[in-house]
Structures are given as structure tokens and as C-alpha cells.
Design a protein around this ligand. Sequence first.
Ligand SMILES: [Cu+2]
Length: 105
Amino acid sequence: MFRGLGIVLIVSAFFTAGLSAAEYEVGQKNKAFTVESLKIKAGDIVSFPNYDSFFHNVYSLSPVKIFDLGSYPKGQTQKVKFEKPGKVTVQCAIHPDMKMTIDVQ
Ligand SMILES: [Cu+2]
């Protein structure tokens, strides 16, 4: 279900009672995303916790899901629900080298 060359950290992937939506995690650690790519289903939720001691600002300009979580420090997280299928490129506004892809199916 998941593919990625790096370390794939799925801390939580659970189903809430009565709903088929799953929740996944894409952390920010050592100035990189903890997952390079992720396959999810439409309606699933991804949380983006910051594990670094500095700020990150996760965002996407992909038409399938445009969002900007703003900058937040270590220990904080933000969640995004992906309603529509398609490819979403996720980046960090503070660190241009940070990039990962979510394939919503
Ligand atoms: Cu960053």
C-alpha cells in the first residue's frame, strides 16, 4: 500500500468507528519529510507533526488539494483531509529542499 525509498514512518493508521477514513502521518524530521511518498484514499486524513527543533511550514499548490498550514514549532501538528483523488506535491515554505508526494486514490 505504501512505497518509499526512505524510512517510512506510519505512526498511526487507524479506522474510526463506522467510517472508512484512515489517518496517516507525515512528520518533519531533520529538515526532511519522514515519508517520500504516500498512497491514501479520498477522504483520508494526514497529520503533519513537526519533530524538529525549528519551524516548518507545510503547504501544497497542487490543484487537487491546495493548503498552507502556516509555520509551527516542534511538538505541534496540523491535519489535512484529502477529499479528491489525484497527485498532491507537499512542500515546506521554509526549506525548499523538502518535498514529498501524496497519491490520493
Ligand atoms: Cu521545513
